[in-house]
Design a binder for this molecule. Structure first.
Ligand code: COA
Ligand code: NAP
Length: 293
């Protein structure tokens, strides 16, 4: 039987909890069970890495899942993967900087399935660059993809959301809070996304639409971290900055996202939830170690 109308994610009726206990340094190994059967999920940037992981997690929880990104071959591969897993899936080749193309893709998904229950906005770009060596267009490119792209996705989905009941999930990053050298473009773009999250939570709350965000820390085996930790030393330095002393996993991200978009979180809106092992605390463990020597 499908879940009742306003319920997204009847979570944990048959919970499959992690085989690891509290305090296990390796983290969860399985995505906790949620029920998104019959729900319509749109993932912008959902054809690789962390966003594809989210698309798969929503599909495994029973949702119909649409993904959008620029490269047709990636879109095709993601849709094939989702369908091979048994999901109903759609794919759209579009650039989030092209608002008309985003409008058309989201309208098409809603025309096929009906109102959208969950919209994830996660398309992004990144590279390391010192501010003084970054061209105006380099800075603008990241603002255009991450921040304006997120605005384009959210504005386009508004008229296609299930009201009340829909949940928006923006993908932020620890850089939105932590000033990070060589990342001025990403820090600015992701901080902007956080304010978009809070502002839309206020504007759309009256319609019963929740708007939240997760801010991942370093997630293992992703393009983002391949770009930010290019050497073993850099990898170790990132790990050292994380109070839990490990990179996050796709399971860590999926568990947070599926919970935050579910009815278990139905009174939560406007939050930017760090899923980062404590990275955003910006703690002083390095200083403490130095003082102890
Ligand atoms: N260092 C400094 N500037 C860079 C750069 C780098 N490593 N890579 C690109 N730029 C600059 C370019 O020089 C250009 O500026 P210019 O016109 O003044 O020369 C500007 O950024 C745009 O580059 P372009 O290659 O035309 O952008 P694009 O729109 O084709 O691609 C990127 C966007 C650059 C972000 C590309 O890396 C991408 O598509 N990334 C998606 C995947 C990704 O980043 N994943 C991690 C997500 S966290
Ligand atoms: P990724 O694998 O490179 O994923 C980026 C996705 O966005 C791809 O599907 C890409 O597909 C799409 N995309 C990029 N530019 C686009 C555009 N202009 N229009 C439409 N789609 C576009 O990166 P990732 O590392 O998994 O990161 C995914 C998200 O998590 C990003 O928002 C990132 O900031 C965030 N994040 C990641 C980490 C991490 O540790 N990896 C940490 C914090 C936050 P196409 O190339 O086909 O367009």
């Amino acid at each position: 039987m499908l879940p009742p109308k306003r319920e997204i994610g009847l979570a944990n009726t048959h919970a499959t909890h992690s085989t690891n206990g509290i305090g296990d340094s390796e983290g969860a190994t399985q995505v906790a069970m949620h029920n998104y059967r019959g729900k319509n999920v749109f993932v912008a940037g959902g054809t690789s890495g962390l966003n594809l992981g989210l698309a798969v997690a929503f599909a495994e929880a029973g949702a119909n899942v649409a993904v959008l990104s620029r490269r047709q071959e990636r879109v095709d591969a993601a849709v094939s993967q989702l369908r091979a897993d048994g999901a109903t899936a759609l794919g759209f080749s579009a650039d989030v900087r092209d608002s008309a193309a985003v409008d058309a893709a989201i309208a098409s998904a809603a025309a096929a399935w009906g109102p959208l229950d969950v919209v994830v906005s996660g398309a992004a770009g990144n590279f390391l660059a010192p501010a003084a060596g970054l061209s105006a267009n380099g800075f603008k490119t990241i603002i255009d993809i991450d921040l304006i792209g997120t605005f384009n996705v959210l504005r386009a989905c508004w008229s296609h959301l299930r009201k009340p009941g829909a949940a928006i999930l923006n993908i932020s990053a620890a850089q939105s809070w932590l000033p990070t050298p060589l990342q001025i473009h990403v820090c600015a773009a992701k901080a902007g996304i956080d304010q978009v999250t809070r502002t839309l939570a206020m504007e759309w709350g009256g319609a019963g639409v929740r708007v939240n965000s997760i801010a991942p820390g370093p997630i293992a085996d992703t393009e983002g971290m391949r770009r930010l930790a290019t050497t073993e030393a850099a990898h170790l330095a990132w790990t050292e900055c994380v109070p839990l002393k490990r990179f996050g996993s796709m399971t860590d991200i999926s568990n947070a996202a599926l919970w935050l978009c579910s009815t278990q979180a139905s009174y939560i809106t406007g939050v930017v939830l760090p899923v980062d092992g404590g990275l955003a605390l910006g703690g002083s463990s390095g200083i403490s170690q130095a003082m102890a020597q």
